[in-house]
Design a protein around this ligand. Structure first.
Ligand SMILES: Cc1ncc(COP(=O)(O)OP(=O)(O)O)c(N)n1
Ligand code: TZP
Ligand code: MG
Length: 228
């Protein structure tokens, strides 16, 4: 780890963040309580609430209710960005991007016992994420996406595989442009979880899409388990 990679990071906790499962399965990223409730009822066990660019006071009630729902379903509910509210209401976990890391009290999240997921897009960001010792590392975007403006190019499957090979023991999540037809190829790169937005929220039939995604990921986990 070079000083450059650590530059700008806040003080780091002296032990890793609380562990999460190595394979987080299907990981939908959604922006309303309605989606969270629907998807938990449909059997999803890992989910993220991602609401962009609101003031804390405008999203606090939604975040609180999302966390309660997650708890009721015994699900892994991650809150994107609003780490203070996630700590206050004791979420299962928080997801942060590289920029977010610079302005977050990582020790407070660690001390409160929340899990942490961190986004990465390239080798440098991966090295920086590893230095933070989060609960999982997200890699993306894998394919072009309409959901978020990305300043970098999609990393593609070859880079995804190479990145995962450098952190074989880490829980990993692939995100960005993953449609149902691409899931098998993404899973073949060794990733533990698939995060999707539009594959579910823009599907003509979200129930069918969710069931198909869950089944594809379960099948792969089942065949991996048999091989071990
Ligand atoms: C699982 C997962 N991976 C990556 C992201 C992107 O997070 P970030 O880089 O902080 O960008 P925003 O989502 O905040 O726009 C994510 N949310 N979830
Ligand atoms: C939040 C985020 N971070 C990287 S890509 C992305 C959006 C993924 O959405 P989709 O699954 O619709 O491409
Ligand atoms: Mg963010």
């Amino acid at each position: 780890m070079t000083n450059n990679q650590l530059a700008g990071l806040p003080p780091l906790p002296d032990s890793p963040f609380l562990a999460t499962d190595k394979k987080l399965g299907l990981y939908p990223v959604v922006d309303t309580l309605e989606w969270i409730e629907r998807l938990l009822n449909a059997g999803v066990t890992t989910i993220q609430l991602r609401i962009k660019d609101c003031k804390d006071e405008d999203v606090e009630q939604t975040i609180k209710q999302a966390i309660e729902l997650g708890r009721r379903f015994n699900a892994r509910l991650f809150i994107n960005d609003y780490w203070r509210l996630a700590v206050k209401h004791r979420a299962y976990g928080i997801h942060l991007g590289q920029e977010d890391l610079l302005t977050t009290d990582l020790k407070a999240i660690h001390q409160a016992g929340l899990r942490l997921g961190v986004s990465t897009h390239d080798d440098n960001e991966l090295a920086r994420a590893v230095a933070v010792r989060p609960s999982y590392i997200a890699l993306g975007h894998i394919f072009p996406t309409q959901t978020k403006d990305m300043p970098s190019a999609p990393q593609g499957l070859t880079e995804l595989k190479r990145h995962i090979a450098t952190i074989p023991d880490y829980p990993t999540v692939a995100i960005g442009g993953i449609s149902i037809d691409k899931v098998a190829d993404v899973l073949a790169c060794g990733v533990g979880s698939i995060a999707v937005v539009s594959a579910i929220t823009k599907a003509p039939d979200w129930r069918k899409a969710t069931a198909e995604l869950l089944s594809l990921i379960e099948q792969k986990d089942g065949s991996d388990a048999q091989r071990q």
